[in-house]
Design a protein around this ligand. Sequence first.
Ligand code: CUK
Ligand code: CUA
Length: 672
Amino acid sequence: MKEIQYLNLTTYIMKNKFVQAVLVIALGSALVTSCKPKNSGDAVSGDAAEKAYVAPGKYDEFYNFVSGGFSGQLSVYGLPSGRLFRVIPVFSVDPEKGWGYSEETKPMLNTSHGFVPWDDLHHTEMSQTNGEVDGRWVFGNANNTPRIARIDLKTFKTAEIIELPNSGGNHSSPFITENTEYVVAGTRFSVPADYSNGDVPINTYKENYKGHISFVSVDKKSGEMDLAFQIVTPGVNFDLSHAGKGKSHGWFFFSCYNTEQANTLLEVNASQKDKDFIMAVNWKKAEEYIKAGKGKKQKVKYAHNTWDEHTHSAKSAMKDEVLVLDASELKDICYMIPCPKSPHGCDVDPTGEFIVGSGKLAALIPVFSFDKLQSAIKGKKFEGNYGGIPVVKYEAALHGEVQKPGLGPLHTEFDGKGNAYTTFFVSSEVVKWDIKTLKVLDRVPTYYSVGHLCIPGGDSKKPFGKYLIAYNKITKDRYLPTGPELAQSAQIFDISGDKMKLILDFPTIGEPHYAQAAPADLIRNNGQLKFYKLEDNKHPYAAKGEKEAKVVREGNKVHVYMTSIRSHFAPDNIEGVFLGDEVYFHVTNLEQDWDVPHGFAVKGANNGELLIMPGETTTLKWIPDRVGTFPFYCTDFCSALHQEMQGYIRVSPKGSNVPLQFSLGTNLPATK
Ligand code: CUK
Ligand code: CUA
């Protein structure tokens, strides 16, 4: 589809209400199918590929933290090589690492709905200090059962998950303020608040459905999160957001669509209005109102799960209250800025002056000015209100529009040199433009249908504008086929020169949405943990040496205090377990050296394996389902005699007289 046709089509839709619905559907399917750029075969030229080459044994320049979308995980790649280092389980169970399978990790996935072993992770955001990426934590959002996770970059492990009440679809999340004061979450699906009666006819959306924006505070030292307050808004769909920075520090910007407040066939009914909104939130002001006691206490229920590095265990606490500010009552915390046609990405440039809205159905990119917004608010340049929230006049807040940039703008990142880079889903390209003059400077095709993009530090005050990574939705014909489902992909562009140059593409895990990247040294030298110190191990079932290994019966529960070291378990022969028992293997890895995990698996376990880091204790619950003898073994090739790292557990009928006994290196006395 050509740009000009698209523009005519848009104008036509505007003028002719009768055909509006039908044509919006057509546009919608254009968004889904997208156009394919020409010359997709020979995209990498000359010495370009060399730039992505990182020789064996050499380190990459950047870490890249990439959301896994519907995989619920976070993957860690190196840039520019595109090498995959690790998949960090966050919201989804991962049998490879025992995440959600070991007894210690199960509480991390607890919610007010019980154990939820999956979610949809779209956005990653790294912690910042003074607006710069600081390499301490990376946050991720759960879309489906609203949650925010904090991943510790010393251990590359999920350290905390907090659930969000009053929300449905936590999409506009987890974006942070410039000193990581808050991580925010805007609900994609407005819903009746948890503290109201939700058993209402769906067609009462306008009156009963509400949006909630959550401000989750982050402790400066520990990183621990706390739901500080929420702001209730009219029912709309909050899509994305970014914090102000520098001069706009203290503000947050949220894109919202479906300001039509439709609750059916949104592809038509939520595309009626010429403009939706970007909601500007003065969170400093909101903080003042909270301090002044203006927040209403509301009864809700949400889980807060934390990981303790000393007990190697998670705790889940259920909370029951939240403070809510009403945006329609407190007139100076929220302002709506009109933004053309279903805005998606909402991005703030490194100076904090420019706010970019990307209307999925718009044929231009509006860029708003923070200074102009401030004087518009002061001068009350409003055009009425939306559900009690003042609507600032479009022109009064507008810096300008990028004309004819491409089709279907989604997301924008910055290089710190005055340039913005926007992805276009429909026209499958990344477009570089000048933030001040709004002139298009360069465009490159992507293969195909790019969603998010990432420049290391690209949404902070200090971008490292050397590489740009585009995350694509469709890879038809790019890789060897793998049946009906094909890999999504990332493509790395060198953006150090005037023109963007493709240097590498590689398939990704799950569906990548947003990603963050930071200089490798920042994370490598942040005090990376190499192993857990045994003397600090406070796990209640730890065995800190083979002498402490034992098997203890408590009713029908059998606790095995087991140790693992190259290349045996202690104990490795266990008898006196009966059908109907619940067996808990608490395995402590006695190694005190980097990179020597041991694994543990037992036949018939309806469970994952354990993968136990040096100095750590981890528990596998096993309920034997039959009488017999069952082997267990180490799953991680830990030494030349790894295959010797094994043992047996004997299960006897209930009521049999086999005594509980265990051994290592000696034979147990024979019992019938
Ligand atoms: S969304 Cu994925 S392409 Cu969920 Cu951030 Cu825009
Ligand atoms: Cu321990 Cu293999």
